[in-house]
Design a binder for this molecule. Structure first.
Ligand SMILES: C[S@@+](CC[C@H](N)C(=O)[O-])C[C@H]1O[C@@H](n2cnc3c(N)ncnc32)[C@H](O)[C@@H]1O
Length: 266
């Protein structure tokens, strides 16, 4: 019976397609639902999460406030004084929020020297180590040298982060799409570091309300016309080689959707 009903409505919609314009033809077909791409979130609320290279801590705030993360250590490279100056006035409010929520904020944390950092090495390993938009800053105008500096940062970060990672934990890195970022060859760097690319997917900034991309140099006076969160970006999820993938966060089963690729090479 149900099948018959379906068939009948299919006929109706095909008739609508071929008939001359009428009221009926202008109404959107009920069966055609345009699905908005759903963001993939590469962590669970209960994960022990280490955030590296935060800018104004808006991402850290978003995952606590909107994703219910409750075991977060959010770190930045700069000293507290430098950071507050760079990302004035918003960083202070974000940090205050995190601390009020019982989360940890650490300053002066070098992504390349994580294992030597006593505050991060208190025995417990991390389920997720995230570094959004790693970048050494404008060290040089020479593209090749700049690529090399950033590759060096990533390779050292991978080595350091692996020492803190739980057995089936993941390292999550998000980069802008296109050149010069594609020249970094992040997948190869990870493979040579003993990691495998578990998956990659489109980064959707709207999944993190309040997140705004920070530039390494700090806020641009007047805001500037360039908004990192509006640019195409991709998230890569890495695991230690030889480890069975854990779910890696919500949406992990929805492969091949929303630009999702399970690698190798996607
Ligand atoms: C483009 S910003 C992105 C900031 C932030 N993650 C975001 O998504 O808005 C690049 C960040 O990488 C950080 N960074 C550069 N070298 C680093 C290092 N050795 N250790 C930790 N962070 C580093 C910078 O301080 C800066 O915050």
């Amino acid at each position: 019976m149900a099948k018959q009903k379906k068939r009948r409505s299919a006929v109706k919609s095909s008739q609508t397609q071929h008939s001359k314009p009428s009221d009926e033809a202008h109404r959107p077909a009920k069966s055609v639902k345009v699905k908005k791409p759903q963001p993939t979130i590469p962590f669970h609320a209960e994960d022990r999460i280490l955030l590296i290279g935060e800018g104004d801590f808006s991402f850290a705030k978003a995952i606590v406030e909107h994703h219910g993360c409750c075991d977060v250590i959010a770190t930045c490279f700069d000293s507290k004084e430098v950071l507050l100056e760079k990302y004035q006035p918003q960083a202070e409010e974000h940090i205050q929020y995190l601390e009020d929520e019982g989360q940890t904020v650490l300053y002066g944390v070098d992504a390349t020297k994580l294992s030597a950092n006593k505050a991060l090495n208190k025995g417990e390993l991390y389920d997720r180590v995230l570094f959004n938009f790693p970048h050494v800053g404008g060290k040089t105008k020479d593209v090749n040298r700049q690529v090399r500096f950033n590759q060096e940062l990533l390779v050292k970060f991978f080595a350091a982060a692996m020492t803190l990672l739980a057995t089936s934990g993941t390292i999550v890195v998000t980069l802008f799409e296109g050149e010069p970022y594609t020249l970094w060859n992040i997948r190869d760097l990870a493979r040579h570091s003993g990691l495998k690319v578990h998956r990659s997917f489109k980064f959707m900034a709207e999944a993190y309300p309040g997140y705004s991309h920070s530039r390494t140099l700090g806020n641009i006076e007047g805001g500037g016309g360039w908004k990192g969160e509006d640019r195409d970006a991709r998230t890569y999820v890495f695991q230690k080689k030889g480890v069975q993938p854990s779910s890696g966060g919500r949406g992990a089963k929805k492969r091949k959707r929303d630009g999702d690729s399970s690698d190798e090479g996607g």
